[in-house]
Design a protein around this ligand. Structure first.
Ligand code: AMP
Length: 113
C-alpha cells in the first residue's frame, strides 16, 4: 500500500527496532513508548481495520495472536502484558494499517481496562 508507513517498515524501506519477523508479521518497538516495553505487532498484509479484514488476513491475524505469547516471553513480560488494537479515529488510531500494541514491563494498573 503506497504511503503506508507500516507497509514501508515491513518492506524494510524505513528502519525499525525489530524484535521478531517472519513471512506473516513484523514486531518492532514503538518510537513513542507508552510503557517500559511497547512493541507493535504488524501483519505484513495491508488492511486498515478489522472491518476491512478478509479471510486470508484473518488467518494472518490469528498467526499474530498465536505468536504473541512467545514474543512476550522473549521480551521478558513474564508478569503479563496488555494488547490494544485501536479501531478508527475515536479510538485514537493514527496509523491505518492494523497493528496490535504490546505493552508491559511494568504494572500497567487498572485505569484503561
Ligand atoms: P495507533 O495510534 O494505534 O494507530 O498507533 C500507532 C503507533 O505507531 C503509535 O504508538 C506510534 O508511536 C507508532 N509509530 C508511528 N510511526 C512509527 C515508526 N516509524 N516506528 C515505530 N513506531 C511508530
Amino acid at each position: 500500500m503506497e504511503n503506508c508507513i507500516f507497509c514501508k517498515i515491513a518492506a524494510g524501506e524505513i528502519p525499525s527496532d525489530k524484535v521478531y519477523e517472519d513471512e506473516d508479521m513484523l514486531v518492532f518497538r514503538d518510537i513513542r513508548p507508552q510503557a517500559k516495553v511497547h512493541c507493535l505487532c504488524v501483519p505484513k498484509t495491508h488492511f486498515a481495520t478489522l472491518a476491512e479484514m478478509d479471510g486470508a488476513q484473518a488467518e494472518v491475524l490469528k498467526k499474530c495472536l498465536m505468536k504473541i505469547p512467545d514474543i512476550a516471553g522473549r521480551l521478558g513480560l513474564d508478569g503479563g502484558y496488555r494488547l490494544i488494537v485501536n479501531q478508527g479515529k475515536d479510538a485514537g488510531q493514527t496509523v491505518f494499517h492494523l497493528h496490535i500494541h504490546i505493552l508491559g514491563g511494568q504494572d500497567l494498573g487498572e485505569k484503561l481496562l
